[in-house]
Write a protein that binds this ligand. Sequence first.
Ligand code: GLN
Length: 544
Amino acid sequence: MPTEPDTGYDPSLGRKFIFVTGGVMSGLGKGITAASTGRLLANAGFDVTAVKIDPYLNVDAGTMNPFEHGEVYVLKDGGEVDLDLGNYERFLDIDMTSDHNVTTGKVYQHVIENERAGKYLGKTVQIIPHITDEIKRRVRAAAAGSDICIVEVGGTVGDIEGMPYLEALRQFAHEQDTDDILFAHVTLIPYSKNGEQKTKPTQHSVKELRSIGLQPNVVVGRCGDPLESETREKIALFCDVPREAVFSNPDVEDIYHVPLMIEEEGLDEYVMDHLGLTAEALPRDERDTEWRDRVTRETTGEVTIALVGKYGLEDAYISVHEALKHAGLETNVDVHRKWIHAEQLIEGHDGQLAGVDGIVVPGGFGSRGTDGKVEAIRYAREEGVPFLGLCLGFQMAVVEFARNVLGFGDAHSAELDEGTPHPVIDLLPEQEQLDDMGGTMRLGTHVTEIESGTLAHALYDRTSCEERHRHRYEVNPAYIDDLETAGLVFSGTSGRRMEILELPDHPYFVGTQFHPEFRSRPTRASPPFVGLLDAVLATGGGAH
Ligand code: GLN
């Protein structure tokens, strides 16, 4: 079989595409811009999905260090992907799969496997057409069934790694009707020393795009402020786009307000018009306003939640931050997150935690900072401070309980102290024979059975939940009886695996082996996070 045939236009493989490229520098928030535009199109009644292209050679983000790349986001099918997919899921309120994250590693792996299997019939295998065909095939497959697919190319135009993708998109556009595709270029508009908005870097990056045969239909200028009229005119003139196709996307304090701003700018209308969708769109006054209503709610108080982790980078815990924010939207409070470096939290030095309304210990790997996490958990347990432990945080809650309540002073997780005489957290049996690190954890959605009458039951209001996982270790079954006899309740289980823990005589002490933060959405906050804030408010925490 030759390379999968490129069938050209096939409406069942997605109808309309928005290709998003970035200019001048990365980290401009082009994902948020794209996701916000998608939110507005979804509000107008369209089925919107997204594809994130990451031009790195890693097959997926699973082996990447959160210090450098931020959080590894986990999808329902267990895909370990770039955190941008989390933004798409939160903004579009959809569940994506690994197929929605195209990486150079995946593309080349597939093409090379085909070559080894003799599928190219003796042909020389090349970037064009074999790699570019494979890119197009993946984009079309991920778009299947949707009205609009937003395809974001990671990195910046001009990066060597991005070239095959831009070439693939050029071919793609060629194969479809012109009103099926919109190219949006998101770029930086810096200020000069004398306070002038400068368009030269944008001109250069658009020139670069055009030199490879791509002409943006829309230019979105990221700037501290709205673009001035002359700035828009200059961009239009030099980049060869209509004046009405230049949009502002100034900094805002809350990323959830970006869709509101983009709507004000009229970007959504312009996009629908270009794609020939205006007639199908819901009239303005019939569009979904749930997002707007939710993110513009008046808050009635504020709470401070300590996040005790090891990665100092804000992006490393982005889904936890967002889940706290969603729970705040649900309970009408502003959530201030106080970052606490676990390594600096040693016994007797819990002053940093004094006055916080709640404590979250998030997931993680490796031993650095674990004693500080255990210390934070002890403080929460003994002082009655509402606590939520996520994955490693759940495991450390078991370690803390074994050490300080059961009296096994040297209890630990076998991941962090191989020689511990009390490995209360131990390797999952199915992990024992594995050598590869990539994609081999217990990943993705698994069902947890919830015990009736427990706090977990009250939180989820159901006797089961489906949450996403990413771990290699579990509560050691040999210690469950001891832990339960001493008062720890495992209120959620999945076969032999303990999934949720709680302490009955505490305002809120909950741990989850899974990561509820990955399913939290602005309009559908995650139950364990809402429970945390409810407990803070019920115990009189938070300033009102
Ligand atoms: N390191 C722990 C494990 O592998 C926890 C993982 C996590 O927090 N995601 O089980």
